[in-house]
Design a protein around this ligand. Structure first.
Ligand SMILES: NC(=O)c1ccc[n+]([C@@H]2O[C@H](COP(=O)([O-])OP(=O)(O)OC[C@H]3O[C@@H](n4cnc5c(N)ncnc54)[C@H](OP(=O)(O)O)[C@@H]3O)[C@@H](O)[C@H]2O)c1
Length: 273
C-alpha cells in the first residue's frame, strides 16, 4: 500500500510504467505530482485520471508542497540539469528514489546534499507489465520508513531486492537490467533455428515465443530450481539431451553468457565513470 505524497520527475517509459503500477495499487491521483515536459505516458495517464497534476516544469510546483518521496526517472544525460532543482526538499524528510542508470549515490548526494536520504535503484523493462525486478541500494542516511516507501513504490512494478554494497549495482545492471534483451535474443535465435530446421517462419516464431514465455512462467510457478527443471525434461539418450550437449559444451552457452555479463558489468562501471 503506497502512502504519502509522491513527486515523479520524468514520466517516459519507466516513469510511466511505475505510475501505472502505483495507480493499480490504489494510489490516489491527488497524492501525486508529475514534472514532465512532454512525455506521452504522462499525458495519456492524465486523461484517465483528471485529478492528476502534470506540470511541465518544477517552477510550477506549489510553494507549500513537500513530497514524502521524489522519484527521478529522467535520462542520465538530463540528470545533472534536472536534479539540483529538487535539492531544497532534502531537509524536509523527503526520500529521493533514483532509477537513473549509472548515477551513484555519491554523485546524487553531491547534488542534493551529503545528508540527503537517497536510494538508488535499477528496475528492468518487464516493469511495464508489473513483472519487473528492481534492486535497491540505500545511502546510510536513509531511515527504515523511507526504505519502506521506496520498496513499496518499486514493488508496484514487480519484485524487489536490496543490496548494501553499491558496487554490486554494475553486475545487477548486467544481469537483470540488460537481461530481458538476452532472453529476447534467445527467442529470436530459437525462431531462426526453427526456420533453418524447415518450419514456416510464423510457426517457428510462435513456437519460440510460447516456449520462452511458458518456460519462464513454469520457472516462476514451481519451487524447483532452473537446473532441476532442466534435468526433469532431459531423458537419457533423448532429443533434449542431444541439444544440451551442444549448449553445455566447453564453448557453449554458460561461458558465452559469462562473457556477456562480464562485458556489460565493465560497461556499466565505465559509464558511471
Ligand atoms: N527503460 C528501461 O528499461 C530502464 C531500466 C532501468 C533504468 N532506467 C532508467 O530510467 C530512466 C528513464 O528511462 P526511460 O527509458 O523511461 O527514458 P524516457 O522514456 O526517455 O523517459 C525520460 C523522461 O524524462 C523526461 N524529462 C526530460 N527532461 C525533464 C525534466 N527537466 N523534468 C522532468 N522530466 C524530464 C523526458 O521528456 P522528453 O521526452 O520530453 O525529453 C522523458 O519523458 C533512465 O535514467 C534510465 O537509465 C530505464
Amino acid at each position: 500500500m503506497i502512502e504519502g505524497t509522491i513527486l515523479l520527475v520524468g514520466c517516459g517509459k519507466m516513469g510511466g510504467a511505475l505510475l501505472k503500477g502505483w495507480f493499480a495499487q490504489g494510489l490516489s491521483p491527488v497524492d501525486i505530482m508529475i514534472v514532465e515536459p512532454a512525455g506521452r505516458a504522462a499525458v495519456e495517464t492524465a486523461e484517465d485520471h483528471p485529478a492528476l497534476s502534470v506540470l511541465t516544469d518544477a517552477s510550477e510546483l506549489p510553494s507549500d508542497f513537500t513530497p514524502d518521496a521524489i522519484v527521478f526517472a529522467v535520462k542520465p544525460q538530463a540528470a545533472a540539469d534536472v536534479i539540483p532543482t529538487y535539492a531544497r526538499f532534502a531537509e524536509g524528510g523527503t526520500v529521493y528514489l533514483s532509477i537513473i542508470a549509472g548515477m551513484s549515490l555519491q554523485k546524487l548526494q553531491e547534488i542534493l546534499g551529503s545528508e540527503a536520504a537517497v536510494v538508488r535503484a535499477m528496475p528492468n523493462t518487464p516493469a511495464a507489465i508489473g513483472r519487473g525486478i528492481s534492486v535497491l541500494c540505500p545511502a546510510e542516511s536513509v531511515g527504515p520508513s523511507q526504505k519502506r516507501v521506496c520498496k513499496v513504490l518499486l514493488a508496484a512494478a514487480g519484485q524487489t531486492a536490496w543490496i548494501t554494497d553499491e558496487s554490486d549495482m554494475d553486475a545487477v545492471t548486467a544481469v537483470s537490467g540488460s537481461g530481458p534483451a538476452y532472453v529476447f535474443l534467445l527467442a529470436e535465435a530459437l525462431t531462426e533455428a526453427g526456420i533453418s530446421a524447415g518450419l514456416a517462419p510464423d510457426l517457428a516464431e510462435q513456437l519460440a515465443q510460447a516456449t520462452v514465455s511458458g518456460a519462464g512462467a513454469l520457472l516462476e510457478a514451481e519451487t524447483l530450481s532452473a537446473s532441476t527443471l532442466r534435468e526433469n525434461v532431459t531423458s537419457p539418450g533423448g532429443t533434449t539431451e542431444a541439444a544440451l550437449k551442444v549448449l553445455m559444451a566447453e564453448d557453449g552457452l554458460p561461458p558465452l553468457l559469462q562473457r556477456a555479463v562480464d562485458v556489460a558489468t565493465k560497461r556499466s562501471k565505465d559509464l558511471a565513470g
